[in-house]
Design a binder for this molecule. Structure first.
Ligand SMILES: [Mg+2]
Length: 458
């Protein structure tokens, strides 16, 4: 897609870290002490416009991620970046940086941050929220944004065009419906592994009171604990209420099957990330063995090619794309089209820092222009760190309100940048940060390991 000239003149990065490990917010079976972080990028044009993007990390390594974003400067600065299909091709095709992937890991997340910042810039220039900018594009423009290399055995450009054209007639009605009713959400807030039973019970009740149509519990550290916690959640939420479980890659294939079968009596809505995100055949084996419990994954799936294989092998019943891991908006459009081709609902991953803010736009675009449906679809919601964003998500009656502010909702507040820049921001140099358990852990442990897997042979 190209438009009026969009000349970027600077790329600025910030290493932003929040001390979430102090409260065990975000704790799960593989990530016991995350400090939710953003490798944040601001692009400026010669017309003094700005675009904002970021990669989400969980603390250490955010400096590496920030350096990776800076490595892309030569592709962006002093260039006309108006053709977002061409810029994306240029970034993923860098003949030397590509060796670090290809199309995976730290460099790919850096490309995501830069592409998302360019999309923020474009949407701000057009005066529209990103979801609406995408929703009003022609099917041909949308197809021109996608790189079909390595996926044409599953989805050709002609098929993509067909999917988008089939959704065209109802678009205006669905835009109006989104503005009126929003998009359904589920909450992960009750289910962090570090929370005690009373807090779990209280937060389950709050989720129901707030109108969420689903909750999710972290599992996978200790089977007896998981059985007890699922029982509590089921008691509070009642029979039939959707309660998903998320193992965050904790298990080998056989452990996953045994564990999910042991929790099956509580009717998990889905089991998320049961094993390594790279193990396509493992996911397929788990899906066959634990059926009818559906398998979901995606937040660590590194690109459209792995998603293609998960779909081809019938390994997943829900696709959980992430707004800041694959190559930004362009690659996520490819993934939405693949999901539509295979008839698998997309339930995006969110939480972290700003992932809810970003991914709402992709889910809403999917509803308007690709799948045309909210059936069986929910966006994850976690209720922290939104206060650091200029246009934070708005949740009403358990759903996302369609954002109306121009852009990708990706801009962080200047005061938050100043306070949480690592290691010299006001927060990180303050006495409270220096004396926190998190700071102590950082001083005494260069590398932390996930806790020992208990109950493995139970
Ligand atoms: Mg997850």
């Amino acid at each position: 897609m190209s438009g009026a000239r969009m000349r970027v003149i600077s790329l600025e990065t910030h290493d932003i870290r929040f001390p979430t490990s102090a409260e065990l917010d975000g704790s799960d079976a593989m990530n016991p002490d995350p400090d939710y972080s953003a490798a944040y990028v601001v692009l400026r044009t010669d017309e003094d416009e700005k675009g904002h993007g970021f990669a989400f990390t969980i603390g250490r390594g955010n400096d590496v991620q920030t350096a990776a974003i800076r490595a892309l400067e030569g592709h962006i600065v002093d260039r006309d970046c108006s053709d977002l299909g061409a810029v994306y091709q240029d970034l993923i095709g860098d003949s030397q940086l590509r060796w670090l992937g290809p199309e995976k890991g730290v460099m790919h997340m850096a490309i995501s941050a830069v592409m998302n910042a360019l999309w923020d810039l474009r949407a701000r220039r057009e005066g529209k929220p990103l979801w609406l900018l995408l929703a009003e594009m022609s099917p041909e423009e949308i197809v021109s944004l996608v790189d079909f290399r390595y996926i044409t055995d599953a989805l050709t450009p002609a098929e993509a065009l067909e999917i988008l054209r089939a959704a065209e007639p109802g678009r205006a009605g669905r835009i109006a419906a989104l503005r009126e009713h929003g998009y359904p959400a589920y909450t992960t807030s009750p289910g962090w592994l570090g929370y005690d039973d009373d807090k779990l019970r209280r937060l389950c009740k709050e989720a129901l009171d707030e109108g969420f149509s689903q909750i999710k519990l972290k599992v996978g550290a200790d089977l007896d604990d998981d059985i007890r916690r699922m029982r509590i959640a089921r008691e509070v939420c009642g029979d039939g209420y959707p309660i998903a479980i998320d193992a965050n890659q904790r298990w080998d294939v056989s452990d996953a099957i045994r564990w999910v079968q042991a929790l099956a009596e509580f009717g998990p809505w889905w089991v998320e990330e049961p094993t390594s995100p790279d193990d396509v055949l493992g996911h397929a084996a788990i899906a066959r063995a634990v059926a009818p419990v559906p398998v979901a994954t995606g937040e660590h799936v590194q690109n459209r090619i792995v998603f293609k294989q998960l779909l081809q092998s019938e390994a997943i019943s829900y696709l959980q794309l992430d707004a800041a891991r694959v190559g930004g908006v362009n690659e996520n459009i490819a993934i939405l089209l693949l999901a539509a081709k295979f008839g698998v609902p997309v339930c995006p991953h969110a939480g972290g820092v700003g992932l809810c803010e970003l991914v709402q736009h992709l889910a809403m675009f999917d509803f308007v222009s690709v799948s045309g449906s909210k059936e069986g679809r929910v966006i994850e919601y976690i209720d922290h760190l939104h206060e650091h964003f200029v246009d934070p998500v708005v949740i009403r009656d358990g759903g996302y309100v369609a954002p109306e502010a121009a852009g990708f909702s990706s801009a962080m507040r200047p005061a938050s940048l100043a306070a949480f820049t690592y290691p010299w921001g006001q927060y990180w140099t303050s006495a409270v940060a220096q004396s926190s358990p998190a700071a102590e852990a950082r001083r005494t442990s260069a590398v932390t390991h996930p806790p020992v897997l208990k109950g493995r042979s139970a």
